[in-house]
Design a protein around this ligand. Structure first.
Ligand SMILES: [Zn+2]
Length: 236
C-alpha cells in the first residue's frame, strides 16, 4: 500500500459505513487520475486507487468522507459519500465526445489486488454483499462506470457482491414493466418519478448483472435475473 494523501475529504456525518462503491478512473493513466483526485481544485477523491499492475494507493483515510459518488441514491440513502468507501480502479474507460479511449478489460493482477483490498474493507466494516455496488448503480442518470467489462461475477465468488447463479430460462414469465420497476426499487435502485425514462437505469442494471447485452430493454433474462437478486437480498 502506497500513501498519496488527498486534501479532498471532510467528516462523516453519520459515522457508519454501509457501502463499498466501485469506479473506474476513465483517464489515460493512473498517474493522471491520482493527480486529479489529489487536486484541491477538482474537489473529487476516493479512498483508494488500484493500478493496473496491482499497486494500491491510499488517498483518504477510511474514517473520513471521500468525494467519489456525487449526486447518488440507493434505497433511501441520498448521501452515499457519507456512508461508503470508494475505490477508483485504473481503466481508461469508455470514450465520450472530446475523449478518445478504448474501454478494455481489467487485468488479473489488478482484480486480485482489488479483491484482497475489498475483502479487508468489508470485514472491517461489516458491509453486506448487497451494498457492494458500482457508481452506475447509484448514479445511473450520469455514470456508466465501472462498466460492462468489470468482472462482478469474480468478485461475487469472493463474497464481494450478489450474483444471480440459478436462472431458469424455461419458465414462462410475463414482461410487466410496472412490476419490473417495483422490483428495481425493491432491490435499491432510484426509479425516480413514474414517467421517467428508465433506459439508462436498465442499461446500468445490465452492465452490472447481465453484461453480454446492455441494450437497456427489459427482456425475459433481465427480469429473471432481477427477480433472483431481489430474492437473494431478502434472504441475506
Ligand atoms: Zn465513478
Amino acid at each position: 500500500m502506497k500513501h498519496k494523501p488527498s486534501p479532498n475529504f471532510d467528516d462523516r456525518k453519520q459515522g457508519n459505513i454501509k457501502y463499498l462503491i466501485m469506479h473506474y478512473t476513465g483517464m489515460a493513466s493512473g498517474k493522471e487520475a491520482i493527480d486529479r483526485l489529489c487536486d484541491p481544485d477538482a474537489s473529487v477523491s476516493a479512498h483508494y486507487v488500484v493500478e493496473e499492475n496491482g499497486d494500491i494507493y491510499s488517498l483518504v483515510d477510511e474514517n473520513n468522507r471521500a468525494w467519489h459518488a456525487g449526486v447518488s441514491k440507493w434505497e433511501d440513502d441520498q448521501d452515499i459519500n457519507d456512508l461508503s468507501i470508494g475505490i477508483e480502479i485504473v481503466n481508461s474507460g469508455h470514450p465520450y465526445p472530446g475523449y478518445e479511449s478504448v474501454y478494455r478489460p481489467f487485468p488479473d493482477t489488478q482484480m486480485d489486488a482489488l479483491i484482497d483490498l475489498s475483502s479487508e474493507i468489508i470485514n472491517r466494516h461489516h458491509i453486506k454483499p448487497c451494498y457492494i455496488l458500482g457508481h452506475s448503480d447509484i448514479a445511473w442518470r450520469r455514470k456508466i462506470d465501472p462498466g460492462e467489462l468489470f468482472d462482478w461475477a469474480l468478485l461475487a465468488k469472493h463474497k464481494l457482491g450478489l450474483w444471480p447463479t440459478t436462472i431458469n430460462m424455461d419458465q414462462n414469465i410475463e414482461i410487466d414493466e410496472f412490476r419490473f420497476r417495483q422490483q428495481l426499487e425493491k432491490f435499491g435502485y432510484d426509479i425516480g418519478d413514474s414517467g421517467e425514462d428508465l433506459t439508462n437505469l436498465i442499461s446500468a442494471f445490465q452492465r452490472h448483472f447481465r453484461q453480454e447485452n446492455i441494450d437497456g430493454v427489459i427482456d425475459k433474462e433481465t427480469l429473471l435475473i432481477l427477480d433472483a437478486l431481489v430474492n437473494m437480498k431478502i434472504n441475506l
